[in-house]
Unconditional design. Structure first.
Lengths: 235, 295
């Protein structure tokens, strides 16, 4: 099972300075899957993505990507192996226009989407190519933050709450985009608070609490487990 | 000819030209400081010493190796840039996680050491550096005499400043630099080698100082204190312009050079302090600087 996984996380601990936040995360993502991390605010979902990406400096345990251990690597080496992040705060650069933001992440492998295909997925961005990154609306910034990691050839996308604070029509558009990306063959690890949204796009859900995975629910069994899940999330 | 407030136009234009030349040095030097501060978050106090080094390297190339002005204009900045890269790799790189006061202290110490070494070997009397033949002499513009070399200094600084501005604001490479200035962690997480960018940026910034030093060599005598005198004014220029903007650093450099020149005409006693007076006023009214972004 673990060798078939594109990403295999085992016993992952993580710290911000002295503060111990991840307490042994265990989960797997198979190639082509969309998997979510669900959990309350402060459960450690964002920290998990930062730890996978290598941005969280202090981490131990195992993060194997395509069979290679990455837990000791610098972020830029991890990125070059084929993982790309769309951070929670979006990270659109204000001193770059849309085009420059789009072209910033370097191609690390063949197989990324062509620019035309990306603008097909995000038609609003095409019209705003010359606009300064942070002059975009929140929804457009979110789309830009997703769009720019699609051309790099990264296989695993880490998306941190892409629907946070966005209007329902935009949330739907992002949902359609994630479905399209799955069809294109991307593997996606999605952090979500919006549980209905998660259910509409994902294959499986890991429930995170206090820096650990406490349950795994296949999307097909979600309805049967709905009360349990509400309990976990404290809804 | 007409007179302005009793000032003959030759005097006025002559001082404006002198101001423009000083402004050319202010612009190139404050540009380098702004580029370095943007990415490294270090106030490079060694900038003046490296400017002085540029002049000395040109002098040494000429007197020890027989390499003249034009090759030195390329070689000296490369040598100073390489020296800067060694400083960055061996020392500055260890300070990035600390408050930028530490970088300032370290580079201040380095400036004293570099200046002290040159003073020890070359004294403080100043060494002459000849204007290249092709730029000796000058032209009579009718209203004033324009020395060719001074005209060249202005032209060269404008080319270098606006070339640098263009590279940073309009090219792909510049987009990396701007992005890394904003959020180095995310840029690194996209697979870009940010530490290498930082090293090269420091090298480039101090190479600009070295270039200014070579330009200065035939005008001011080459001496170990030339950087210390210059850097104080350039820091004031940077404070007035604000650290945040490349174009701001360039324009403030030229404008303050001109202001200094004008002051020399109308109130000569004030010319040595006018930039500091402006700095004080700017700090009171707009502490982030004229072109700076509020922190
Ligand atoms: N930069 C930080 N420094 C210290 N603690 C942090 C930092 N960021 C997050 N934390 C703490 O780590 C825990 C997990 O946070 P996070 O991973 O952001 O949660 P989630 O994304 O699940 O809402 C929280 O208790 C939070 O307060
Ligand atoms: Mg989060």
């Amino acid at each position: 099972m673990s060798d078939a996984a594109l990403l295999h996380v085992e016993g992952l601990h993580g710290w911000y300075g002295e503060s111990h936040v991840l307490h042994g995360m265990d989960f797997d993502i198979r190639e082509g899957e969309v998997v979510t991390l669900l959990g309350r605010n402060g459960a450690g979902k964002t920290t998990t993505l930062l730890a996978i990406m290598g941005i969280l400096g202090k981490r131990t345990g195992s993060v194997r990507f395509a069979g290679t251990e990455t837990v000791g690597m610098q972020p830029r080496r991890i990125a070059r192996m084929g993982i790309a992040i769309c951070p929670e705060e979006r990270g659109v650069f204000s001193s770059l226009n849309v085009d420059e933001n789009m072209m910033l992440p370097p191609r690390i492998a063949a197989g990324g989407l062509e620019l035309d295909r990306i603008y097909e997925l995000f038609p609003n961005l095409r019209e705003r190519r010359r606009s300064q990154g942070t002059k975009l609306s929140g929804g457009e910034q979110q789309m830009l933050a997703i769009a720019r990691i699609l051309r790099t050839g990264a296989k695993l996308l880490l998306l941190d709450e892409p629907t946070e604070g966005l209007a329902p029509v935009i949330v739907q558009q992002i949902g359609r985009t994630i479905a399209a990306l799955k069809k294109e063959g991307f593997t996606i690890l999605l952090v979500e608070q919006n549980f209905r949204f998660a259910a509409s796009v994902a294959d499986r859900h890991y429930v995170v609490d206090q820096g650990r995975v406490i349950d795994m629910i296949p999307n097909a069994e979600l309805d049967a487990n709905i009360d349990k899940l509400h309990g976990y999330l404290g809804v | 000819m007409f007179e302005l407030l009793g000032i003959p136009p030759q005097v006025l234009l002559g001082q404006l030209l002198l101001g423009l030349i000083n402004g050319s040095f202010y612009a190139v030097l404050s540009l380098g400081l702004a580029v370095i501060f943007g990415l490294l978050n270090i106030i490079n106090f060694a900038h003046g010493a490296l400017y002085m080094m540029g002049a000395f390297v040109a002098w040494m190339l000429l007197n020890y190796v027989g390499i003249g002005y034009w090759p030195a204009l390329i070689l000296a900045p490369l040598i100073v840039g390489a020296f800067g890269i060694v400083l960055e790799r061996t020392m500055l790189a260890r300070l990035y996680h600390l408050d930028h006061l530490y970088g300032l202290l370290l580079t201040f110490g380095l400036a004293l050491i570099i200046q002290g070494l040159f003073r020890n070997y070359y004294g403080i009397s100043g060494l002459p550096y000849r204007i290249p033949d092709i730029l000796s002499g000058g032209h009579n513009l009718g209203f004033m005499f324009m020395p060719n070399y001074r005209a060249w200094v202005v032209v060269a600084s404008v080319i270098v400043c606006f070339g640098t501005w263009f590279m940073i604001e309009k090219t792909r490479l510049g987009a990396y630099l701007r992005a890394a200035t904003e959020n180095p962690v995310l840029v690194g997480a996209f697979g870009i080698n940010v530490p290498l960018m930082i090293t090269l940026t420091y090298g480039f910034g101090v190479a600009l100082a070295g270039f200014a030093g070579v330009l200065a060599a035939p005008i001011y005598s080459v001496n170990p204190n030339m950087g210390a005198d210059m850097i104080i004014v350039v820091f004031a220029v940077v404070v007035i312009g604000g650290m945040g903007s490349i174009m701001g650093a360039i324009l403030t450099g030229y404008i303050l050079g001109l202001v200094e020149g004008l002051t020399r005409v109308f109130y000569p006693e004030g010319s040595a302090v006018v930039i500091f007076v402006i700095m004080a006023i700017v700090l009171l009214i707009k502490p982030e600087g004229l072109f700076g972004r509020a922190a």
